[in-house]
Design a protein around this ligand. Structure first.
Ligand code: 5GP
Ligand code: MG
Length: 178
């Protein structure tokens, strides 16, 4: 698996240090009381697990399955909600977690849905944000790292279902995508 990586972009120690900072910011910004956290599967799983253990407050943790990429390296432009049940968010402050902000379509669509479902406020946190124009007008409230517009894997992010368990964020060799 490691042999398929062209270069490491952000190593584990750097990610962990940044998560300490993000958790502090989240803890500082949210009013007291229970916070509903929505994890977008599967990409945000690793990020969420490491971030949320650093947030010392009552959390209700929910997951959502949405599809926007369908396994390739190009965004399909459409966001599908795959779950039969939507988490209960009415009258709650919600923190929405995703792995990466790319075109912005995913965060935009899910944020919109959470508001329709009655969330008091929706804040968003992403591990990575690509430095590029968004297709939808949305930015994350908490960003781990800004990266260039290239396809990355690891720390939750996949290529055709693989590489999510790499402990760092990296760029694939071209040979691994053919
Ligand atoms: P957006 O809707 O912002 O275009 O894309 C969000 C989703 O696309 C992410 O949750 C992620 O699953 C996928 N995505 C976008 N860029 C990358 C990337 O560089 N690598 C991987 N593995 N997935 C990406
Ligand atoms: Mg994905």
């Amino acid at each position: 698996m490691r042999n398929d990586i062209e270069r490491v972009l952000i190593d584990e120690a750097v990610i962990e240090k940044r998560l300490d900072g993000m958790a502090k910011d989240i803890e500082r910004d949210f009013p007291g009381g229970t916070l509903v956290v929505i994890i977008l599967l599967k990409g945000a799983l690793v990020f969420a697990a490491d971030l949320l253990r650093r947030v010392p407050r009552p959390l209700i943790i929910e997951c959502l399955n949405v599809a926007s990429y369908h396994g390739g390296t190009e965004s399909s432009g459409k966001v599908d909600f795959l779950d039969r049940h939507f988490p209960e968010v009415k009258d709650h402050h919600v923190l929405l977690l995703d792995d990466i902000l790319d075109t912005g379509r995913t965060l935009h669509a899910v944020r919109q849905r959470l508001i329709e479902e009655g969330a008091v406020a929706v804040h968003t946190a992403v591990l990575l944000a690509k430095d590029k124009p968004r297709a939808e007008e949305v930015e994350a409230d908490y960003v781990g790292f800004e990266i260039a517009d290239e396809f990355v894997v690891g720390y939750g992010l996949d290529y055709q279902g693989k590489y999510r368990n790499l402990p760092f964020v990296g760029v694939l060799k071209l040979s691994a995508t053919s």
